[in-house]
Design a protein around this ligand. Sequence first.
Ligand SMILES: Cc1cc2nc3c(=O)[nH]c(=O)nc-3n(C[C@H](O)[C@H](O)[C@H](O)COP(=O)(O)OP(=O)(O)OC[C@H]3O[C@@H](n4cnc5c(N)ncnc54)[C@H](O)[C@@H]3O)c2cc1C
Ligand code: SF4
Length: 338
Amino acid sequence: MINFEYARATDVADAVRRKAADPDAKFIAGGTNLIDLMKFDVERPTRLIDITRLPLTQVEETADGGLRIGAMVPNTDLAYHPLIEQRYPMLSSAILAGASQQLRNMASTGGNLLQRTRCLYFYDVATPCNKRNPGSGCSAIDGHNRMHAILGASDACIATHPSDMCVALAALEAKVHVMGQSGERTIPMTDFHRLPGDKPETDTNLGPDEIITAIELPAQSFTKNYTYLKVRDRLSYAFALVSVAAALELDGDSIKDARLALGGVAHKPWRDTAAEGALKGQPANAETFSRAAETLLHDAKGYAHNTFKIDLARRAVIRGLTQAAQATPQSQSDKKIR
Ligand SMILES: Cc1cc2nc3c(=O)[nH]c(=O)nc-3n(C[C@H](O)[C@H](O)[C@H](O)COP(=O)(O)OP(=O)(O)OC[C@H]3O[C@@H](n4cnc5c(N)ncnc54)[C@H](O)[C@@H]3O)c2cc1C
Ligand code: SF4
């Protein structure tokens, strides 16, 4: 463990000022990812800027019928918030599919967006990794790559983004509110995370001096025909091999509107508007769902150990859409545990 300084931000402007003054500083929220990365010697911040006391813990209604979620709202509080349970049940379901109750109690909304990949080589500082050490190579491409990407990968990195919550946020067309030295701006959730390209060390489009202040959800919330389906090696406490956020607006048997985003398959939550286009205006049946899955996976590419994920993703998309159409979302048994 390296030495680092610790400071507590007094307000958002103070947090931004402190971060801009020291490019090697890091914000710390719940610490559930950052502290692990520091213990593994992957992250070596010179200074931790504690943002846990910032007044970013509210879930508020917006003028246009949506919700604004403060960046410091804990994952547990968000999943069980009455307005989220009633109006955005797919988001609640996605959060509860992630991590464990104890971790969700600590983890923050902003931190969930910025959690880093679970690629084993990224955590193992004895191995080459372009994301951790740019230009050193990618150990996963010819190594153990069972959990890795099948969409949008590059020759520099085939890692996946591990979040469940972010997949639902991408499907729901959330926006990320951020604040930096040059003021506030809003980034659509689908543009927040990056594909690796030749800069895999950069996970997101957040500026180095910027802090996430809130997530905004639009009014449209898909309360009836939705599912968050997570396929993983164990029923709990495991990252997704493939996950599917599927939401439909039905007019009888016909699909009026559709949202489809996948987790565990790419460097970012993978929302596919072409696959959504293949659903809209079509009957909600197996043939339509299969066509949407083929569209979504048209350019999928597997590596030595993860080619099975292409077929798994195809089946998960069809099952997710079927569950959404039948209004039978995945079991939310986690909800019983508070
Ligand atoms: C064993 C284990 C299993 C897990 N399983 C899952 C899972 O299945 N699904 C899932 O989705 N997640 C899973 N997680 C990840 C967990 O959800 C994240 O660790 C958590 O959401 C991160 O939030 P945090 O507040 O603790 O972030 P921190 O660890 O405090 O910070 C993470 C990063 O975000 C930055 N940051 C934090 N807040 C802000 C902000 N407001 N603005 C700018 N930067 C910020 C920090 O500087 C840091 O770089 C798991 C974690 C563990 C340890
Ligand atoms: S996949 Fe990405 S994170 Fe994993 S070893 Fe390769 S460069 Fe590093």
